[in-house]
Ligand binder design. Sequence first.
Ligand SMILES: Cc1cc2nc3c(=O)[nH]c(=O)nc-3n(C[C@H](O)[C@H](O)[C@H](O)COP(=O)(O)OP(=O)(O)OC[C@H]3O[C@@H](n4cnc5c(N)ncnc54)[C@H](O)[C@@H]3O)c2cc1C
Length: 392
Amino acid sequence: MSRRGSLDLVVVGGGVVGATCALSLAALGLEVALVERRPPLPWRQAEPDLRVYAFAPDNAALLQRLGIWSAVSQARVQPYRGMQVWDAGGGGALRFDADRLGRSALGWIVEHGLLVDRLWAALPGAGVRVHCPAEVTALEREADSVRLRLDDGTRLEARWAVAADGATSAVRSLAGIEVDAYDYGQRGVVAYLSTERPHEDTAWQRFLPSGPLAVLPFVDGTSSIVWTLPEAEAARVLELDAAAFGHAVTQAFGARLGAMSLVSERAAFPLRRQLAQRYCEHGVLVMGDAAHVVHPLAGQGVNLGLRDVSALVDSVQAAQARRIDWGSRHRLARWARARRSHNAVAAHVFEGFNRVFSNERPLETLLRGPLLGWAGRVPPLANAFWRQASGL
Ligand SMILES: Cc1cc2nc3c(=O)[nH]c(=O)nc-3n(C[C@H](O)[C@H](O)[C@H](O)COP(=O)(O)OP(=O)(O)OC[C@H]3O[C@@H](n4cnc5c(N)ncnc54)[C@H](O)[C@@H]3O)c2cc1C
């Protein structure tokens, strides 16, 4: 389908979303190049990556179709078979169990660095032309193509450019696409801790007035935490010594798994909502964090980005099956509209949860615990929540 000398797509950004996009579209026979500014660090078994994802089953299936999920799961993933959400103020819990849903796992806890490592290992065999390290410095648009200039002097011409270069996307800016952004004034503190009692293969989330604390099961008796805190409080806990930090997490978690001890470095990342105003603009498609940054409380950031990829793959495949143009503007604008509305709804739902659960307003404090308990006792409602999160 590509014209002589030019590419079908240039994907900018080789994170999980960009690398998956490049591999998926190359697998459909398109000519694809990938531009990444920094060579990814090799994954090291002895040093677990602090950034982990609660990876949903539909996205594991996407990587399985690319032949990558086996390589990831053989290296190191931790299935979670239960998920439990409750409020520190009391009331019931919302609980999901793989057994009751007829599944072997609800999802998998996977390190970011491992995913990127295995995706990149597959790029050469898939025929993706990799330009790394390289950054896009200019973008010019013709009637039905786009030209990118890289900082190493390379010029690339393609039918479409894909901005998968993360929240501060340069390609999105070069394309003149604005974002609507809102800073939550919170940070997500991440670390690994060992726990006195086993994690029961369960992804736990306790809502506190200061923000949710997620404790995700990992290997060798450890758990990974994402602890949402107001900025000043996050700065304070990062300064605590290891013992005091472990004690603070144990208390925040209501000692649900007994005493917790820090076994890694700590890091924190700023939390915001950021939504691109358009996902498709004259030769440029926007996806992943370049298109949407959401609150991490539902663990959906990378999952939403990979669903952008899946929807694009479906659109291209459907066009190929009907022997019509996969890259027509009107076709890709349809992809963009569908993904933008889905992601905007998700971002606002997560934000709503964060607002209702992260405060000490008396009425909300009184209602939220019982609300979670009630949702947990209505199986169709609980199942609907889970289907939404799992992408199935
Ligand atoms: C600590 C932490 C914990 C998280 N936990 C979860 C979780 O549990 N579940 C979940 O789903 N999500 C989680 N997220 C969110 C998740 O990390 C992001 O949603 C996800 O990484 C987005 O992937 P991406 O490929 O779109 O962007 P990125 O991962 O940001 O990748 C962008 C890539 O583009 C490259 N790049 C940037 N600019 C340029 C340029 N100008 N030229 C070339 N290349 C460029 C970057 O080097 C990078 O490789 C977490 C995030 C953090 C920080």
